[in-house]
Design a protein around this ligand. Structure first.
Ligand code: SF4
Ligand code: SF4
Ligand code: FES
Length: 255
């Protein structure tokens, strides 16, 4: 497999100011070309279109300028989490991020930072999903469910406790903005996976409370969070993984 870390690319904006064009700068890398990563700068005359989503713009460029441009997307509704990327320096979902041509002349798009790159804006999420698998992201229940015919109910209050957790779409924007995850991505679980862990931990229908807490009882898995809160700042679903990690630290201490 061809994998490569992103290198910083210098770009002098002053050269382009006061032009009639709108400039979209996109990080590119193709493993088959055996070249270093480069920036493609697409000068677009889009004055008639005042506002677009970044994902629309990427489609526009792919359809009219360069069909080899590669990015992930599926739902274009902020539901699937596929189109996460770094847009003007902030990790976000391209389908939810709008930009206004009247206020800005530049748009810069990188893949998620500190991830291995497969091609252009597509990063390798294998480690992220392997960590997700480690937390057993499914209901572990002692209750017998007869022939799957009976619903496994919970009270309204218990269900309310899952708000702010179940909305996570595993886009990895938070984990890719966390310095602790950058440096310890193989040991520290990162904000997204920890938020998911907490969701299963407090689900009233789940019976594996002890097993889940024991799994977290490791010097790196939770405690590598230093409360910088980058994760909460970037979450496109307005969740608060930094706070959830504090709850997890508390739970693992008292249990
Ligand atoms: S917590 Fe937010 S940023 Fe992190 S994976 Fe879930 S939805 Fe994405
Ligand atoms: S609060 Fe913790 S998980 Fe969030 S960015 Fe900071 S170190 Fe990472
Ligand atoms: S395309 Fe599904 S979240 Fe953006």
């Amino acid at each position: 497999m061809f994998l490569q870390k992103i290198e910083k690319i210098f770009f002098d904006e002053s050269y382009y100011v006061n032009s009639n064009f709108f400039y979209v700068r996109i990080y590119r890398w193709n493993p088959y070309l055996r070249l270093k990563p480069w920036f493609n700068i697409f000068p677009l005359k889009l004055r008639e279109i005042k506002q677009l989503m970044v994902l629309d713009l990427l489609f526009y460029i792919k359809n009219t300028h360069d069909s080899s441009l590669t990015f992930r997307r599926s739902c274009r509704e902020g539901i699937c989490g596929s189109c996460s990327m770094n847009i003007n320096g902030i990790n976000s979902l391209a389908c939810l991020e709008s930009f206004d041509l009247r206020f800005s002349q530049f748009l810069t798009i990188y893949p998620l930072p500190h991830m291995l790159i497969l091609k252009d804006l597509i990063c390798d999420l294998t480690n992220f999903y392997n960590q997700y698998r480690l937390i057993k992201p499914w209901l572990i229940s002692n209750h017998k469910i007869i022939n799957n015919t009976k619903e496994n109910l919970q009270s309204k209050i218990d269900r309310f406790g899952l708000d702010g957790l179940y909305e996570c779409i595993l886009c990895a924007c938070c984990s890719a903005s966390c310095p602790s995850y950058w440096w310890n991505y193989d040991k520290y679980l990162g904000p997204a996976i920890l938020l998911q862990t907490y969701k299963w931990l407090i689900d009233s229908r789940d019976s594996a409370h002890k097993i889940r807490l024991n799994f977290l009882n490791n010097s790196m898995r939770v405690s590598k969070c230093h409360g910088i809160t980058n994760c909460t700042k970037v979450c496109p679903k307005n969740l608060n993984p930094a706070q959830i990690i504090n709850f997890l630290k508390y739970f693992s201490k008292i249990d």
